[in-house]
Design a protein around this ligand. Structure first.
Ligand SMILES: NC(=O)c1ccc[n+]([C@@H]2O[C@H](COP(=O)([O-])OP(=O)(O)OC[C@H]3O[C@@H](n4cnc5c(N)ncnc54)[C@H](O)[C@@H]3O)[C@@H](O)[C@H]2O)c1
Length: 373
C-alpha cells in the first residue's frame, strides 16, 4: 500500500513512517518543515531516504491533491501546536486542512481506504472528576485568583461538594480549555462525521504526552521531558511548578506507533476515536525524580519553586480501555522514554542554547507566574 503522512518529517510521523516502511509499504510525506520544530527549515537527518518527500503546506490545495493521488491511506499528523495566542491559526492549520483532505477525496473520487487523524488529550481539558457525593463534573480551568493564592486543587463549583477527585477520563469527554484542544475537537469531528457520511473509514487518535527520540527540542509538547533532561544534563535543578503533585500520563513513541498501526489494520477501529496514553498516573515530582535517576543526580529532591504556569491543567490521565479492547496496551515505561530521549539529546548542538530558548519563550508568553502571599 502507499501512504501519505502529513507532518511526516516530525516526531510521531517519522516513527510511523519507519514502521510502515518496515512492513513493506511505500511512504510519501507532505511537510512544510516548520520552524522552530525544524531549525532552518531543513529536512531532518533521521528521515528515511526511501520516503518520497514533498515540501509544502497541507493547506495548499493543489499540492495536497498531488500528494493524495495514488495513495491508499492518509495519516494526518501536521498541526500547529504552540502556546501562542494566534487563535485562528490553530483552526486554520488543524481543522481546515482536515476538511480539505475530505473535500479532495470526495470531489476527486480518490480511492482512499482510510484516514487516521491526530487528535490530542488536550480535548479532555481538566478531564472528569467526582465530587464527595460521587457526582461527575467536567470542571473548567482553575481561576487565576485561586492560583495566585497557591491553592492548587480544583475547587467544587456551586451545587457540588468537595473535595473533588480526578478520574481517568474516557473518549466521551470533550472539554477543551485552549484553542489547540478546540481545534483538535473540530479535527476529530470533521474526520469522523464526514468519514461516516461518505463511507471513508476514519479514526481519530487522542494522544497523551508522547515521549521519545526525534521529538523536537523546540516543540512546546516536549515540555517536562525536554526541560528536566536539559537541566540535569547541565547539572542544574529544574523548576517544579505548583506543588509538583500534578498527575499526567506519558506514553512512549513506540507504543504510539503500535497504536497507529493497529487501527490501520483493524476495521473495528473505523469511525472511532481512541485515547492513546501511558495508563499509569505519574506526578510531576515523580517524573522529575525519574529523570534525575537516569542522569545520575543521586541526591536530587524535587522541590516546588513557588511558581505556576498560567493555563496548565491540574491533573489529567486518559482512560485507555477502548484502545486496549482492540488488543493494544502501553508496554514501555517512563524510564525507557527518558533514556532514549537522553541519547537523542546527546546529539543536540548545545543543551544550553535550547534551555535558553525555552526560558525566553516562557518569559515572552508571560505564562510563568508567582504566588502572591
Ligand atoms: N507529541 C505529542 O505529545 C502529541 C500529543 C498529542 C497530540 N499530538 C499530535 O500529533 C501530531 C504529530 O505531533 P508531533 O509530536 O509529531 O509534532 P511535530 O511538531 O514533531 O511534527 C509535526 C510536523 O508537522 C509539520 N507541519 C506543521 N504545520 C504544517 C503545515 N501547515 N503543513 C505541513 N506540515 C506542517 C511540521 O513541520 C512537523 O514536521 C500533531 O497533530 C499533534 O497535534 C502530539
Amino acid at each position: 500500500m502507499r501512504f501519505l503522512i502529513t507532518g511526516g518529517a516530525g516526531f510521531i510521523g517519522s516513527h510511523t513512517a519507519d514502521a510502515l516502511l518496515a512492513e513493506g509499504h511505500a511512504v510519501r510525506v507532505l511537510d512544510s518543515l516548520e520552524e522552530p520544530v525544524h531549525p532552518k527549515n531543513a529536512i531532518p537527518g533521521y528521515l528515511d531516504s526511501r520516503i518520497e518527500f514533498i515540501r509544502g503546506d497541507v493547506r495548499n490545495e493543489s499540492l495536497l491533491l498531488d500528494a493524495l493521488k495514488g495513495c491508499d491511506v492518509v495519516y494526518h499528523l501536521a498541526a500547529f501546536q504552540d502556546y501562542l495566542p494566534t487563535f485562528s491559526r490553530f483552526f486554520d492549520v488543524n481543522a481546515t486542512s482536515t476538511a480539505l483532505i475530505y473535500e479532495l477525496i470526495v470531489r476527486e473520487r480518490l480511492p482512499i481506504k482510510k484516514v487516521i487523524v491526530a487528535s490530542s488529550q488536550a480535548t479532555l481539558g481538566e478531564g472528569a472528576y467526582l465530587d464527595a457525593k460521587g457526582r461527575q463534573i467536567l470542571p473548567d480551568l482553575r481561576p487565576e485568583s485561586q492560583l495566585m493564592k497557591g491553592i492548587w486543587e480544583l475547587q467544587a463549583p456551586k451545587g457540588f461538594e468537595g473535595p473533588l477527585q480526578w478520574q481517568r477520563t474516557d473518549e466521551s469527554v470533550a472539554n477543551p480549555q485552549n484553542p489547540y484542544g478546540m481545534s483538535k475537537i473540530a479535527e476529530e469531528n470533521i474526520a469522523l462525521y464526514i468519514g461516516r457520511r461518505y463511507e471513508i473509514p476514519s479514526v481519530a487518535m487522542r494522544y497523551s504526552i508522547v515521549q521519545g527520540p526525534r521529538q523536537s527540542f523546540y516543540n512546546a509538547y516536549s515540555g517536562a521531558c525536554r526541560v528536566f533532561c536539559l537541566n540535569f544534563q547541565l547539572g542544574r535543578e529544574p523548576q517544579i511548578y505548583e506543588d509538583g503533585q500534578q498527575v499526567r500520563d506519558y506514553v512512549n513513541i513506540q507504543d504510539v506507533v503500535a497504536a497507529n498501526l493497529l487501527v490501520l489494520h483493524d476495521s473495528r477501529a473505523d469511525y472511532q476515536m481512541f485515547n492513546v496514553g501511558g495508563e499509569k498516573p505519574i506526578t510531576v515530582c515523580e517524573f522529575a525524580s525519574a529523570v534525575a535517576e537516569v542522569f545520575g543526580a543521586k541526591n536530587y529532591l524535587a522541590r516546588p519553586c513557588g511558581k505556576y504556569r498560567f493555563g496548565d491543567t491540574r491533573h489529567i490521565c486518559s482512560d485507555v480501555s477502548k484502545m486496549k479492547s482492540l488488543g493494544w496496551k502501553p508496554t514501555r515505561t517512563i524510564y525507557d522514554s527518558i533514556e532514549s530521549y537522553r541519547e537523542w539529546l546527546s546529539q543536540a548542538d548545545s543543551a544550553e542554547s535550547i534551555l535558553d530558548y525555552c526560558n525566553l519563550q516562557m518569559a515572552k508568553l508571560n505564562v510563568i507566574r508567582e504566588i502572591k502571599s
